[in-house]
Design a protein around this ligand. Structure first.
Ligand code: ASP
Length: 438
């Protein structure tokens, strides 16, 4: 039995949905289907973004809601479905008028998409709020969810489930982070002990590097859960980096497939131990993929005899914790420490407070901010066993005159992380790709 998940562009319009319906109908194993809201279409942005706009204009929501309606009316008409959309939007508008929460509003794209697909396939509709559970601190409750899902799916042999959200103990809707329908699919796959979790997108699989920068980047046929997590956290956007946690409990492989090219091989994401059991083949290269992200800064702190000052690191990190800023890396030496932080949504005022807090708590000799850094992760399951991996990374960059601002190797067995100036980012990615994949 399989769980299939269809992401944004696969759900974008009637034509895409027809392909989804064909894929499901052609596969007897495809019994549980998880869907996202309609994604970017040729003429319009993602429905989830339209819904965010509805929420941001709650007091005057008719116009933004109209755009959401148009998308769904076009789908219903194109598929010739018998579904009362007017009634749905009366209910929805009523909820907004009565103070519906942000999570409720943005989750309605998935809610309605799933209802429509269930109608088209003649499958049951199972609302995610009844099966995906968060605790009162808004943390996802994996074990409770698994129990509830297991029970629920005994009663539904074929079902379509909206991705992206679940509910709090008080019944209120709670969403995952953006792209979270991938996690929902993995949760359902675990609960029903699926043979495979097939995640359909609009690409042929996971690329060995960012195809927007490396045009002919190779498709990765197979990678491990851990490799996936490293690559997706560092910017490879095919699958949400949290998706592996539910399926890992049951060693269920994830397969990335293309709705618009269903005969393609796709990419298998598998538990490490299956490397050796002959079920899957794996290319014998040291590096599986290279991913990178822009928008980091380094906060460099210097203080003589820092190494002898007990609790120095703890005091620095307590300042980050106080201002709710998480750090990515913390390389250090005898009298200095560098904290690398994602600056994409770090407000200037918060950064100033963090710097003031460090001065206050730690009394450093010097503190400097290095802006405009990018991080690149070179990821490979056996990387720590490759004696020349670091030298290949550094000499390839040096030959191309690209200075390494920071390097992190050893903490994880499967990656080397380098920081470079963002002005060198694309070039560095190309250089490293050529080094390991040409
Ligand atoms: N629709 C949501 C988003 O745009 C969730 C998802 O697509 O997985 O983030």
């Amino acid at each position: 039995m399989k769980v299939l998940k269809f992401g944004g562009t696969s759900m974008a319009d009637g034509a895409a949905l027809k392909k989804v319906i064909d894929i499901v109908k052609a596969d007897k194993e495809a019994v549980y289907i998880v869907v996202s809201a309609p994604g970017v279409s040729s003429s319009c942005e993602k429905v989830t973004d339209l819904l965010l706009n509805v929420f941001n204009n709650k007091d005057n929501f008719n116009k933004p809601l109209e755009r959401v309606k148009e998308r769904f009316f076009a789908i219903v008409n194109s598929l010739g479905l018998k579904f009362d959309l007017d009634e749905y939007f009366v209910y929805f508008a009523n909820e907004i008028k009565h103070g519906a929460s942000k999570d409720f509003i943005v989750s309605r794209g998935e809610h309605l998409s799933a209802m429509l697909l269930a109608n088209a396939l003649d499958y049951d509709f199972v609302d995610a709020k009844d099966i995906i559970k968060f605790d009162s601190f808004s943390n996802f409750d994996a074990e409770l969810t698994n129990e509830v899902c297991k029970e629920k799916f005994k009663k539904h042999k074929h079902a379509v489930i909206p991705g992206f959200y679940g509910s709090l103990p008080n019944g209120e809707v709670k969403t995952f982070s953006r792209g979270g329908s991938d996690i929902s699919g993995a949760i359902v796959a675990r609960a029903v002990s699926a043979a495979v979790y097939e995640n359909f997108t609009d690409v042929d699989g996971f690329c060995a590097s960012d195809p927007r920068i490396i045009k002919d980047a190779k498709n990765i046929e197979m990678l491990t859960y851990e490799e996936l997590r490293e690559l997706s956290y560092m910017g490879a956007s095919v699958l949400h980096s949290m998706s592996i946690f539910p399926v890992r409990k049951e060693d269920i492989p994830i397969r990335i497939r293309n709705t618009f090219n269903p005969s393609g091989k796709g990419t298998f994401i598998v538990p490490t131990k299956k490397f050796k059991d002959g079920n899957y083949t794996r290319e014998s290269r040291a590096v599986t993929g290279i991913a990178g992200k822009r928008e980091f800064i380094a906060i460099n702190i210097e203080k003589s005899l820092m190494n002898e000052e007990l609790g120095f690191g703890r005091r620095v990190l307590s300042v980050f914790e106080k201002y709710n800023v998480s750090f990515e890396h913390m390389p250090g030496s005898i009298d200095s420490l560098s904290i690398i932080v994602d600056s994409s949504d770090l407000e200037k005022t918060i950064l100033n407070r963090v710097v003031a807090g460090i001065i206050n708590e730690c009394n450093p000799d010097n503190i400097e901010i290095v802006p405009d850094l990018s991080l690149i992760a070179v990821v490979g399951h056996t990387l720590s066993e490759e004696i020349d991996a670091i030298s290949r990374v550094s000499s390839a960059l040096a030959k191309n005159n690209i200075r390494i601002r920071m390097i992190n190797f050893g903490a994880s067995k499967l990656n080397i992380i380098v920081a470079v100036d963002t002005s060198n980012f694309e070039n560095a990615l190309k250089v490293l790709y050529n080094e390991f994949f040409s």
